[in-house]
Design a protein around this ligand. Sequence first.
Ligand code: SAH
Length: 195
Amino acid sequence: MKKKQLEMMLERLEGFRRPSFQMEQYATPASVAAEMLFLAAMRGELGTVCDLGCGTGVLAIGAALLGARSIGVEIDSEALAIARRNAKRLSADVDFIRADVRSLLLTGIDTVVMNPPFGAQKASLGDRAFLSCAQKIAKTVYSLHNQGSEGFVRSFMKPCTVQEIYRIPFPLKRCFDFHGQDVKVIGVELYRITC
Ligand code: SAH
């Protein structure tokens, strides 16, 4: 499958119904998800994949479509119901688990792919719990963060190592009332970390 094909398939997925502002529920745009998953595929890192905070499932489903054994973990049951429907729609084989990343016990994971809450909201858990969990369960981690997170990610993830940082345009769709424009492009950083 070509990257553009994957992007077009993922574009058809249903998004969050009522995104929770507190939980920073932003779906990863299809273009970003496809980019991220192809980087992992090119390195042969899509064996057993876990998407932490999978939301409506875009990364977990995309990984399955590229041949991974894929697991999606999410705390919000409403988002999980959408993720399950999305997987069915694309005939993607994904195991979805309702769990909190703070108490997740999983073994045999090669790669974590995730778009964790950035921690912009006080009530949100932020990315720390996600990074800690990823570090415990996977050999390789692909994780999206705000621009300027390098110092934090490098020191927080020690003794794991940040191998690459890709700067990716992230088209943010208008999903909360206070957002002015319909689509705003922000820059995000994709980290590839090995443990
Ligand atoms: N990965 C999805 C959604 C990203 S938004 C995508 O790329 O589109 C972050 C997700 O993390 C939300 O769906 C939110 O509900 C979930 N989340 C927040 N705290 C969590 C926790 N403690 N454990 C598991 N999931 C959590």
